[in-house]
Design a protein around this ligand. Sequence first.
Ligand code: ZN
Length: 256
Amino acid sequence: MWSLRKVHGEAKRPCSTVVLLYHRIGMPRLSSLVTGQYVLPRFFRAQLDYLVYRGWNSTTLSAVVEQLAKAHHLDCNNFAVTFDDAYLGVYDHACPALADRGMTATVFVVVDRIGGVNEWDSAVGDVREPIMSEGQIKEIAELGFEIGSHSLTHPHLVALSDSDLRQEVSDSKKKLEDIIGKQVSAFSYPYGEYDRRVLDAVAEAGYEYAVVTKLGTVRNDTSPFEIPRVNIRWNTVGRLLMRKIRRAERTRRIRK
Ligand SMILES: [Zn+2]
């Protein structure tokens, strides 16, 4: 009886495309203000394998946006992986795990902090975490990882003057393109904060799509400049991961 109900319940569930959001991959640092953002490398690998085991397919953010542009059909049970802030732990642990499985991801870089640390966090008391170097960013770009912009310095974009906003959004794109020698199409709003003015600045700078931090799944009517994500924390593993994806599906339905 239990299993019948379970099978029936699965069948009724919507078929989703989700974009996963990660920050730090590595051993949690207990002195961090955001300990929950650290995902152990073995948990990261387990999350990928669990999704595949449950019948999900890995895709890329750009492929999702391409489907959105056609406006008719989004593939079922697809997941794309994204990393905000371009931490060294992502290069060390997550990129090899993805490459081993024939998967890629989008890495959003704080361009003026390349090869440095997360100054925007450490300025307010968090631990210093190393950011990927220019060479490492180039290397993963050549391996097929998409490189997106996460601004120049990780400011609160909504609080900036028009000219500072333009600089953060536009200059970060140009600098990244010079580094990787490819067009940069993706933007991630620092702190997930944006308003109409920020949206316009991102579109005017020539980005084709942008991700937010609001929980949700990608639907046919999702704006390419407000793509929701599912934030993965240290313990979002196994059934908890699936439960969070189901919550993302419900969030969107309630909001409509
Ligand atoms: Zn960030």
